[in-house]
Ligand binder design. Structure first.
Ligand code: SAM
Ligand code: SF4
Ligand code: F3S
Length: 452
């Protein structure tokens, strides 16, 4: 590759979808930075525009077409020639086929091919042709690529890629491949290195972190990994996602024992009906999930439990939905991501006919959201008139004099920036906040002492 052609070029990257894509974007940025490119904040200022795409639901899928078309009306790029590149899960799914509808796209790179993005873009600048690379197997180069972190104090740490679960509604295993764990020591060394560069919080990433290590050691070793990462001196450890069927008692024990593991667990339930869970191929029942929640709360009282729930899975009856509603009321989630089922071609659920009218599904969705709002508010009320340590991420979008951070329970926390203080001396620092307001989606209060 003649990579020198990229030196001095500007790039803009827009990311859709989950943390996997966010982290992949950090790797793509790291690679382009190492080739002498410069990131810019607007597509109009960029010689290279990259879209990291998601196809988990239809809405995310269709957004790409609008984004690519809008590039046609951009003013000329600084270098006089603009290369448009599409990566991520839509690229992996559709490959070269994307060119049929997106005639201004130059480069397509799949989820296993991000290590090649530099050479693909350089070739496109050189010959003006289309360049497509969508391998079917995991690219060994990706986790050793340079990496441009979005913040200095937090880092995503992928511990595995892919998914073996094949939930019947989900496209992810088809676009991310099978589970592949990173070597244990590599992850621990990486976290130790992050601690040395003043990172205070990490999020371990995988589609199902609870099965981490099964492909290397023949059994999951996520609990051992939590304990080893906890020894590095990192102050806050989070992880996502956790599949309930693989959450072992030893992992709950490790969460309780390792002080740096934050008291928050995202445990996707998807449905409260055992019948629907079976159709979804989730491999646990409503009762097993509720028992699991009970054992987690026994070991870690006060833990914030959050979840994902799908409403309107094909064939979901009112009775099934009432089971979901009552489960949500029983578990009392601190927060939940609620989704209306979206048909994904190629998945088993896409073959199931569903006569349920959309307005019925929408009504169910709204009823569920209202239960979640009640339990989220109740959870936050539990922190009222307490002092909460918040890791400051920046300022509130609405008020740049209002510090915004995260509590150990992953709640958004606001506190006024002291008069005359410099925001930079707070970002990435932990402050204590005396909470005097506890709303559904945030806490707010006043600072006690200084940043640390
Ligand atoms: N691996 C994670 C887990 O199982 O917890 C989830 C990853 S997926 C990117 C995030 C969420 O999207 C899922 O938990 C599910 O609720 C939702 N989702 C996946 N496929 C969907 C579909 N076809 N329609 C609606 N929501 C979907
Ligand atoms: Fe999709 Fe299920 Fe895998 Fe999560 S565990 S990524 S929902 S197939
Ligand atoms: Fe979307 Fe791919 Fe993540 S489909 S949710 S970006 S794994």
């Amino acid at each position: 590759m003649n990579s020198s052609i990229l030196s001095g070029k500007t790039y803009f990257i827009r990311t859709f979808g989950c943390q996997m894509n966010l982290h992949d974007s950090e790797r793509v940025s790291g690679l382009l930075d190492s080739l002498g490119c410069l990131e810019v904040g607007e597509p109009s200022d960029a010689d290279i525009v990259i879209f990291m795409t998601c196809c988990v639901r239809e809405a995310a899928d269709t957004r790409l077409y609008g984004q690519c078309s809008s590039c046609k009306s951009l003013p000329k790029s600084p270098s006089g020639r603009r290369v448009i590149a599409v990566g991520g899960c839509i690229a992996q799914r559709d490959g070269e086929g994307l060119l049929t509808n997106l005639d201004n796209v130059d480069v397509i790179f799949g989820t296993h091919s991000i290590a090649h993005v530099g050479e693909l873009i350089a070739q496109a600048f050189e010959d003006g042709d289309h360049h497509v690379r969508c391998e079917e197997i995991e690219d060994k180069g990706a986790t050793s690529m340079p990496w441009h972190r979005a913040t200095t104090f937090h880092s995503w740490v992928p511990i595995m890629t892919g998914c073996n679960n094949f939930c019947s509604y989900c496209i992810v295993p088809y676009v991310r491949g099978r589970e592949k764990s990173r070597p244990f020591e590599q992850i621990v060394d990486e976290v130790a290195g992050l601690v040395r560069s003043d990172v205070r919080e990490i999020t371990l990433l995988g589609q199902n972190v609870n099965s981490y290590g099964r492909d290397i050691f023949g059994k999951p070793r996520f609990a051992d990994l939590l304990r080893a990462v906890g020894e590095t001196g990192i102050e806050r450890i989070r992880f996502t996602s956790s599949h309930p069927k693989d959450l072992l008692p030893e992992t709950i024990n490790a969460m309780a024992d390792v002080p740096a593991v934050m008291p928050h667990l995202h445990l996707a339930v998807q449905s409260g009906s055992t019948r629907v869970l079976k159709e979804m191929n989730r491999r646990y029942t409503r009762e097993q999930y509720i028992d699991l929640v009970r054992s987690i709360r026994e070991k870690i009282p006060g833990i914030a439990l959050t979840t994902d729930i799908i409403v309107g899975f094909p064939g979901e009856t009112e009775e099934d939905f009432l089971q979901t509603l009552s489960l949500a009321e029983e578990v009392r989630y601190a927060q939940a991501f609620t989704f209306i089922y979206s048909k994904r071609e190629g998945t088993p659920a896409a073959m199931i006919d569903d006569p349920t009218p959309h307005d019925v599904i929408l009504d169910r969705f709204n009823r569920l959201v209202s239960v979640i709002e009640t339990t989220a508010h109740e959870f936050n009320q539990g922190q009222l008139h307490t002092t909460v340590p918040a890791l400051i991420e920046g300022t509130s979008k609405k008020d740049d004099c209002m510090l915004q951070g995260k509590s150990p329970w992953n709640q958004t926390v606001h506190a006024p920036l002291p008069e005359g203080a410099d925001i930079d001396s707070y970002i990435g620092k932990i402050v204590d906040v005396d909470v005097d307001v506890a709303k559904t989606w945030y806490l707010s209060g006043s600072l006690v002492g200084g940043p640390r």
